[in-house]
Design a binder for this molecule. Structure first.
Ligand SMILES: C[S@@+](CC[C@H](N)C(=O)[O-])C[C@H]1O[C@@H](n2cnc3c(N)ncnc32)[C@H](O)[C@@H]1O
Length: 217
């Protein structure tokens, strides 16, 4: 199945599962416009995936619909989003759980995703979660981190502004907003855990400072 067809199937699942039209609209637009979707699905096969901070689970469902992932465990501390993810994934090889990502009892996987999650935590917690993610990855597997990086001038400023609006509108919960330099601050943590890292832009078509960090075991 093409990625576009998998996106449409995933959007249709969320249209059926959503109790609020805005939520279904958000998911469909995110799938169609976020460059992380193609960047991550394009790394197939991803095998067993743990999606930490999965939100509504649209990326996890898309990865199953496209055949990029064989099984997915999603974790998020927002019970409403987890409930929506669970309904949307009906019949797929997916489990979604409510919990704090930092609790760390997820088992192991071929691919661990941290997509737009770290900046909602203080730096020490980010480092601990990166080490936890690294410890979950099987040999040959990878951690994929999509984050906004500092040091990108206007892109970083616009990302910060958009995130502050999101937290103010309660679109996303977070104790803090802590953006960091991905190459200088996150890469050393994963390399210290024995992974090989590469960072690439992941902002196509947006004014944001998002990058994708791939860390392989
Ligand atoms: C911007 S959303 C990204 C969701 C999803 N990864 C995506 O790409 O659509 C950030 C998510 O991280 C979750 N989150 C933040 N801190 C968390 C924590 N400590 N434990 C579990 N989930 C957390 C939030 O509830 C939210 O759903």
């Amino acid at each position: 199945m093409t990625l576009d067809a998998a996106i449409e199937r995933t959007a249709a699942r969320f249209a059926r599962a959503s109790t609020a039209r805005a939520s279904a609209g958000y998911v469909a637009s995110k799938l169609r416009r976020d460059p992380a979707v193609a960047a991550i699905a394009g790394r197939a096969p991803l095998g067993d995936v743990i999606d930490i901070g999965c939100g509504r689970g649209q990326l996890a469902v898309l990865l199953l619909e496209s055949g990029a992932a064989s099984r997915v465990l999603g974790l998020d501390h927002d019970a409403e989003k987890v409930a929506l993810a669970t309904r949307a994934a009906e019949g797929l090889s997916a489990t979604f759980r409510v919990g704090d990502a930092r609790a760390g009892d997820e088992g192991e996987a071929d691919t661990v995703l941290l997509v737009d999650v770290l900046h909602y935590m203080p730096p020490d917690d980010q480092d601990a979660l990166l080490r936890l993610a690294a410890s979950l990855v099987r040999p040959g597997g990878r951690v994929l981190v999509r984050e906004a990086t500092t040091g990108m001038g206007l892109r970083t400023a616009l990302t910060r502004a958009a995130e502050h609006v999101g937290v103010a509108l309660r679109v996303n919960r977070g104790q803090v907003l802590a953006f960091r330099d991905v190459a200088r601050e996150l890469v050393p943590v994963l390399e210290g855990a024995g992974l090989r890292c590469a960072v690439e832009p992941c902002w196509a078509g947006t004014p944001l400072a998002n990058v994708l960090l791939e860390a392989r075991r």
